[in-house]
Design a binder for this molecule. Structure first.
Ligand code: AMP
Ligand code: MG
Length: 411
């Protein structure tokens, strides 16, 4: 699917569609205790086994009353109490009231709660400053969730918003999908591990740190296969070991057309290449394919390209692989350029940028400056990508452009 401006380069949306078309969700599930369920993907619909709240209860500290008693009275004698966890156990009598605390079960004969602030107690009599209306300050049974109602959908990521709900329903174990196993390694003769000295011409391997961080944020089981030199035999051997161990293998470097770039040829040899050149900047050489049943993403070596391609292609891939059907594509907002953005036509740019609100509350965006694909400093300054369309040229001050604020994986 070559693009008219840039022969041989696949537009970002087409490449992403192909990635997702070739990705099948993993289906294996496991039952786990609720306290281990954070960031796991639910593998079943959850129907509520009970009403929430399970009984009508008071929303206030005050007095439970029957509205019909108020036709003649403005004061009632106290006839007992109801505390949270200790319901009223006496006999309800007409023309009396019951002291009640927040969360306590409302006696069945009462139909309103008058808050304490609207009352005064004198000689065992409660004086009411207001008239009650039926159901006031009562949280009815099943007000939040009805028994039998579907509360969570299969494919939901369990976060601090869902787990307390499951606890409320008394659910102690949940069925979740196994986490995808993702093996990764860096390639390059020039790469050294942090902690060892650098010889002339060498640099530290940073991409494995990017990958480890992102894979943790994307809730995968990550397998680090280290740094592999630009040696076809070693690359091939490591790739095959990684493929046997993982659902997805991600490498960085060696995927372009240089003399030491072997990744694509090895992939062609041991598996299949779906595409390997995308109309994206940074991140043009990106080899996507499959070896046996394992997906393969060969990212470029440049550190910023790694992060951008992880964001654009690998994050949606992992969401689909994980069974996370409720996954949402990154938020995309229109913002006004407060600086120029330099851009050449032909590829979609993911430039590093900073968004903020101006004095009128309008969303504005400025560039972080140096947009080189090795310029890591641009990333720590930025809080969003400025996504500049493939056919667009320079963006002038005041023009509108799209931004993608960094989501949880990048924060
Ligand atoms: P390559 O894609 O292998 O041609 O690498 C492109 C650029 O990224 C080169 O300048 C590499 O030295 C650099 N690079 C490759 N891999 C890494 C890595 N793991 N960490 C930091 N820089 C890298
Ligand atoms: Mg290289």
């Amino acid at each position: 699917m070559p693009c008219c401006d840039t022969p041989g380069l696949m537009p970002v949306s087409a490449a992403l569609s192909l990635v997702l078309e070739h990705t099948q969700p993993l289906t294996k599930t496991q039952d786990i205790p609720l306290d281990q369920a954070l960031n796991r993907i639910l593998a079943e619909d959850i129907f509520s086994p009970l009403n929430v709240p399970p009984f009508a209860n008071s929303a206030m500290d005050g007095y439970a009353v029957s509205c019909s008693d108020f036709t003649q009275n403005t004061a009632l004698p106290l006839n007992g109490q109801a505390l949270a966890g200790s319901p009223f156990d006496g006999r309800w009598t007409e023309n009396t009231c019951v002291r009640i605390m927040t969360g306590a079960k409302v006696p069945s004969q009462a139909n309103a709660v008058i808050m304490q602030e609207d009352t005064q107690v004198q000689d065992g009599l409660v004086f009411f400053h207001t008239q009650p209306t039926p159901q006031q300050n009562i949280r009815p049974i099943g007000d939040d969730v009805k028994k039998g109602e579907r509360v969570l959908q299969k494919g939901t990521l369990l976060s601090a918003r869902e787990i307390p709900m499951l606890a409320t329903l008394g659910i102690a174990h949940v069925k979740v999908f196994y986490k995808p196993t993702v093996a990764f390694f860096s390639t390059g003769d020039e790469l050294r591990q942090v902690g060892s000295p650098l010889a002339d011409g060498e640099i530290y391997d940073s991409n494995r740190y990017t990958l480890a961080a992102m894979l943790e944020k994307l809730h995968c089981k990550a397998l680090d296969f280290g740094v592999v030199p630009d040696c076809p035999t070693q690359l091939r051997e490591t790739l095959l070991r990684a493929v046997d161990a993982a659902d997805l293998v991600i490498t960085s470097g060696g995927v372009s057309v240089g003399d030491a770039d072997h990744t694509k040829e090895i992939l062609e040899d041991v598996g299949e290449v779906t595409f390997w050149k995308i109309a994206i900047k940074p991140g043009k050489p990106f080899a996507f394919g499959k070896v046996k049943n394992t997906l393969f993403c060969g990212l470029p070596g440049n550190p910023v390209s790694v992060l951008v391609t992880l964001h654009v292609f690998v994050e949606p891939l992992i969401a689909k692989l994980s069974g996370h059907t409720q996954w949402k594509a990154p938020l995309c907002l229109k913002a006004k350029a407060q600086t120029r953005f330099y851009k050449s036509r032909g590829r979609t740019d993911y430039q590093r940028a900073i968004y903020h609100l101006d004095e009128e509350g309008a969303l504005c965006v400025s560039t972080t400056g140096n947009q080189g694909s090795g310029a890591f400093s641009s990333l720590s300054l930025a809080n969003c990508f400025a996504v500049l369309e493939q056919d667009r040229g320079h963006v002038e001050i005041g023009e509108t452009l799209y931004i993608e604020p960094f989501g949880s994986a990048l924060n």
